[in-house]
Ligand binder design. Structure first.
Ligand code: ZN
Length: 340
């Protein structure tokens, strides 16, 4: 388990959340970190609990109003057991990125495909909101574009859509923990955007000055996502020529057509692009251009929270972000009590 007690494997997760009662206990702790307070009459105090182990309702002992543990969450009014939702949230945020509904149905042992599809859809909805704050600042940022193949199956031979994706990622030093690592840097926050068709690397070589509309699109992406003043690393194509004008410290590689040089200059973003393509092709067998941005947002959501699985888990379930819950360890060792 990680320091805050979040399960790092599926068996561990099942031990922490073995049944609906365990999930209900967690929801209660999230919603009322300092102990139950009646949402209707605001009276604090231990509520009436229904004997059924799967009950998600607490009743105020004073005014007799019922409070649902799932109110305001993605699970509200659902007939699916809490444990299924919890499993689903765990799977989509950590274990197996971008599960297909069929894999998901099998892993959760759900009898209906539609149920799996609906759950997945609702959980994913919490991942596709674009992240608005700007990255960079004291960290250098690598920026580059790649082509992501679209869906081709069933649309005839030779029909092949490709979309250009532009990405920006922070390069952070690995100094905090004092341990020795293979690399001295790691990838920080990521941003990805679908942009209209851009020239290929070959076209860039033929016409390195090609800019105009393309340059405007790429510059807008950088000004939207990266803090002014940041070091921005790009290849040497003219598409990024305006960055200095917008207050960036532009670290541009002279484009010599040497892939090794580009690899050394932009290692992080290239690695992210290759993983992104593998995910889109491998798990989803291509994505239509219309839905590509939503998939990119999902990828970014998971990538940016890969060190904070608990945040991602709570977020997709729609649990309040402000509440500081007890750790799982506290919950399940019995050490944690509602403060009175
Ligand atoms: Zn009450």
């Amino acid at each position: 388990m990680d320091p805050r007690g979040f399960p790092t494997s599926l068996p561990e997760f099942q031990r922490v959340f073995p049944d609906d009662a365990a999930c209900a206990k967690y929801l209660e702790a999230m919603r009322w970190p300092t102990g139950f307070t009646c949402p209707k009459c605001s009276l604090p105090g231990e509520p009436y609990r229904f004997p059924s182990r799967s009950s998600i309702v607490l009743r105020c002992r004073d005014c007799k109003a019922n409070a649902s543990l799932t109110a305001g969450t993605v699970m509200q009014s659902s007939h699916t057991p809490l444990s299924t939702w919890f499993w689903g949230a765990y799977l989509v945020t950590t274990q197996t990125p971008g599960q297909s509904a069929l894999q998901f149905q099998r892993q959760l042992g759900l009898s209906r495909y539609e149920t799996a599809f609906q759950i997945l859809h609702k959980l994913r909805a919490g991942m596709v909101r674009p992240e608005r704050d700007k990255i960079g600042g004291k960290y250098p940022v690598e920026v580059d574009e790649c082509y992501v193949g679209g869906r081709t199956r069933g649309e005839g031979r030779g029909v092949h859509y490709k979309a250009t994706v532009v990405g920006a990622v922070e390069v952070r030093p690995r100094t905090e923990d004092g341990k020795k690592h293979k690399r001295s840097v790691y990838a920080g926050r990521l941003r990805l955007r679908v942009v209209s068709e851009m020239p290929t690397i070959e076209e860039k070589l033929v016409n390195p000055r090609l800019s105009g509309r393309e340059a405007e699109i790429l510059t807008t992406f950088v000004t939207d996502t990266v803090e002014p003043g940041s070091i921005v690393r790009t290849d040497g194509w003219g598409g990024y020529g305006d960055l200095v004008k917008f207050g960036y410290d532009h670290d541009s590689l002279v484009l010599g057509g040497d892939p090794d040089k580009a690899e050394k200059h932009l290692p992080m973003i290239h690695l992210i692009f290759s993983n992104l393509k593998a995910w889109i092709q491998g798990t989803h067998h291509g994505v239509s251009q219309q839905h590509l941005q939503a998939y990119l947002n999902e990828y970014v959501f998971r990538f940016n929270r890969r060190f904070y699985p608990m945040t991602a888990f709570n977020s997709v379930l729609g649990l309040a972000a402000h509440a500081v819950p007890p750790t799982y360890a506290q919950l399940y060792s019995g050490d944690w009590e509602h403060p009175v």
